[in-house]
Write a protein that binds this ligand. Structure first.
Ligand code: CTP
Ligand code: MG
Length: 246
């Protein structure tokens, strides 16, 4: 790591303001527990485990911002890591924008990480930061697909089967995870100007014509979306705890 790259402070914006509709009824997804600890706390700790990360900006459900601040106050982070909490918006894009707008001026690199990916390994976080420091303005962690992916058209009759119109070449496809890493100015510009609905931040950079590169992701960076994902997350956590001997 060069002296120049050391001078650039890195922050992470953690969008955590979603309801978790696909997970089913209950508390907002980020506040549901895994191994007794809220998913958000796992995600914050996973990001703060990287020595590169000096600030964590949590974007909380608007009604729960005060409760989230208390939650973070209760769970110790490394001394090098500051945190702040801002209220989120209607959709993920609005929430990330709120986090980006809250960044102090001395932040040069920004990671955006879903609270719903609580178990991302620190090596994945570090690999993304390193790729940005090495000169890539936008970086995504990505994995090859296991399933074949087909494009379908709407069913001929409501409720009927969907006609398959194409099979995509799997070898060239990747499933993209977070944390995604960006030069701060580029991400701020993308959030200030792109209004089309997107499902990740890198695609906003793509819409500006910016280059995005992929580095290897990790299976344990999976997103907790549906009830079965909670079962997997609990199992991963239990295995880690057994291996760590506590
Ligand atoms: N998110 C957010 N603000 C929103 C919507 C989503 O900050 N208005 C966050 C979620 O909290 C999550 C991340 O974006 O950490 C990824 O979104 P997703 O997995 O879709 O979570 P939810 O939107 O909560 O789930 P669902 O779509 O099933 O309701
Ligand atoms: Mg969602």
């Amino acid at each position: 790591m060069s002296d120049e790259s050391r001078a650039v402070r890195t922050a992470v914006v953690i969008p955590a303001a979603g309801r978790g509709v696909r997970l089913g009824p209950g508390a907002p997804k980020a506040l549901r527990t895994l191994g007794g600890t809220p998913m958000l706390i796992h995600a914050v700790r996973a990001m703060a485990a990287s020595r590169a990360v000096s600030l964590v900006v949590v974007v909380a459900p608007a009604d729960d911002a005060v409760a989230v601040k208390h939650l973070l106050d209760e769970h110790a982070l490394p001394e090098r890591t500051d945190y702040l909490v801002v209220p989120g918006g209607e959709n993920r894009q609005d929430s990330v924008r709120a986090g980006v707008e809250a960044l102090p001026p001395d932040i040069g690199i920004v990671l955006v990480h879903d609270a719903a990916r609580p178990l991302v390994p620190v090596d994945t976080v570090d690999a993304v930061v390193q790729a940005v420091r090495d000169g890539a303005p936008a970086v995504v962690p990505a994995l090859p697909l296991a399933d074949t992916v087909k494009e379908v058209a709407p069913p001929v009759e409501a409720g009927g089967p969907e006609p398959v119109v194409a099979t995509l070449a799997r070898g060239a496809l990747r499933a993209v995870q977070t944390p995604q890493g960006f030069e701060r100015d580029l991400l701020a510009r993308a959030h200030a100007s792109v209004t089309a609905e997107v499902t990740d931040d890198a695609s906003m950079v793509e819409q500006l014509g910016g280059a995005v590169v992929a580095v290897p992701g990790h299976p344990e960076a999976f997103k907790v979306t549906r009830p079965l994902d909670l079962v997997l997350a609990e199992a991963v956590l239990a295995r880690r705890r057994a291996n760590d001997g506590f």
